[in-house]
Write a protein that binds this ligand. Structure first.
Ligand SMILES: C[S@@+](CC[C@H](N)C(=O)[O-])C[C@H]1O[C@@H](n2cnc3c(N)ncnc32)[C@H](O)[C@@H]1O
Length: 414
């Protein structure tokens, strides 16, 4: 529905000013002005009220045939979330490197896949994704699994979630009220996550549809959480001025039938898969992803564990990555040795000793080169890139590097 046109038509028909309409909706004049000019879309709540007003005024629109509100559910894309070290801005660099230097690549394994952004640059190929975090695995299933999803059904379910306003006591309100989210939003998150599981058990949604709904919830949480993008801490005494609104992850229905998503340690996985190109983007410093994203992981898993400390973290022992520790080089050596591929592409930036201790890279350039050269011929490509540190400082001379290894055709790589 074109809300800009409909608002104008409504005001002309009912002879009211933008200020009158703003009062009716309980919003500021400037909001109505921006909606009518087409600069912004009304919020989900405002759209619901507007539709009621349009209907009362006898205005006709074919969109009204869907009472569920599904038409108001916005679509979202794979990169509509915050994630430390995501490579979305480097996709053309990565793609160009592959196109210029690799031949006959029909399958790619993105074995530290995170958000899946790098896989999304290779949508036309067979894709294997893997991440140690279940929350990332779930998003990867949503975006890359070959199973078919029913978009209309999912949009209706999401519209129902967006409309839900009852406040209840549940796992989320008990443990997270007024921390990262308001009590009301915690209640809604808990209700929605429980309902997704019920719908899956009743076979109302299939496995990928379940993943799409959980992904939709995780993206919505990420959008409003009172954090600086990760969950090591929440912003104290924050005003919760934005409320949970789920979008529809606009997932394709024509993914390659051989795509596979895994949720395991990459060192174990590589022993059992083959791909033309294996892309490696491990954590490069001591920041553990399970610490930064414990809350999204908790909601994705939904085992409702005990949480502790100010940041309300669950037990994360089994999710810790060796790549954030002093045994990173050893883990990397083992990984490379057991990869079955013609090409290996590694992202690793050059923070070796430039940031503070926590942001220093765990694997030295010497180790990287020595380990990769034992596997094949190595080329290095680089691009300037702003570093993220918790202190928000820019670090001089920081660059993202891609190490391309053309693997020797020994028995491991066949
Ligand atoms: C730098 S991020 C990847 C970002 C990703 N390329 C993107 O664009 O979103 C590193 C990822 O590796 C995952 N990870 C860390 N150790 C792992 C391991 N041993 N096996 C599998 N995944 C691991 C983390 O959970 C994190 O999502």
């Amino acid at each position: 529905m074109n809300y800009a046109m409909m608002i104008k038509e409504y005001r002309e028909k009912t002879l009211i000013s933008q200020q009158d309409l703003a009062d009716l909706l309980g919003v500021a004049f400037v909001s109505v002005n921006r909606w009518e000019n087409g600069h912004y879309e009304p919020t989900y709540k405002a759209k619901r009220k507007l539709r009621e007003l349009f209907i009362k005024a006898g205005m006709k629109s074919e969109d009204y045939t869907d009472e569920s509100g599904a038409m108001d559910v916005k679509d979202c894309k794979i990169n509509n979330r915050r994630y430390l070290g995501n490579k979305y801005k480097l996709l053309s660099f990565i793609k160009d490197t592959v196109n210029e230097h690799c031949e006959n690549v029909n399958s790619i394994a993105d074995i530290f896949s995170g958000t899946g952004s790098v896989s999304s640059a290779f949508w036309n190929l067979q894709i294997i994704t893997n991440d140690i975090l279940y929350s990332n695995y779930i998003s990867n299933v949503a975006w890359f699994s070959p199973e078919t999803v029913d978009k209309t059904k999912l949009k209706r379910i999401i519209a129902g979630y967006n409309n839900y306003s009852k406040v209840e006591n549940n796992y989320m309100t008990k443990n997270f009220s007024d921390t990262y989210f308001s009590k009301e939003d915690c209640s809604k998150i808990g209700y929605i996550r429980e309902d997704i599981e019920k719908n899956y058990k009743k076979k109302i949604v299939n496995e990928r549809e379940r993943a799409v709904l959980i992904t939709s919830l995780l993206y919505a949480m990420d959008h409003i959480a009172k954090t600086c993008g990760h969950y090591d801490a929440f912003i104290r005494n924050a005003t919760f001025n934005e409320h949970l609104e789920l979008c529809y992850p606009d997932v394709p229905n024509d993914n390659n039938q051989n795509n596979r998503c895994f949720n395991m340690d990459s060192n174990e996985l590589v022993r059992n898969i083959t791909a033309d190109l294996v892309y490696i983007d491990p954590p490069y410093n001591s920041r553990q992803y399970c610490d930064a994203y414990h809350l999204l992981e908790n909601v994705a898993r939904w085992n409702k564990p005990e949480v502790e400390g100010v940041a309300r973290k669950m037990d994360r022992k089994s999710l810790k990555s060796k790549y954030c520790t002093n045994s990173a080089s050893k883990a990397f050596e083992d990984l490379i040795e057991h990869i079955h591929a013609r090409y290996i592409l590694l992202s690793y930036n050059n923070m070796a000793k430039k940031g503070n201790d926590r942001s220093n890279a765990k694997i030295s350039d010497e180790d990287i080169m020595q380990i990769l050269e034992a596997k094949g011929q190595v080329m290095v490509f680089s691009k300037d890139y702003k570093a993220f540190t918790t202190g928000q400082s820019d670090i001089e001379g920081n660059e993202e590097r891609l190490f391309l290894c053309i693997c020797r055709g020994d028995e491991n790589n066949d």
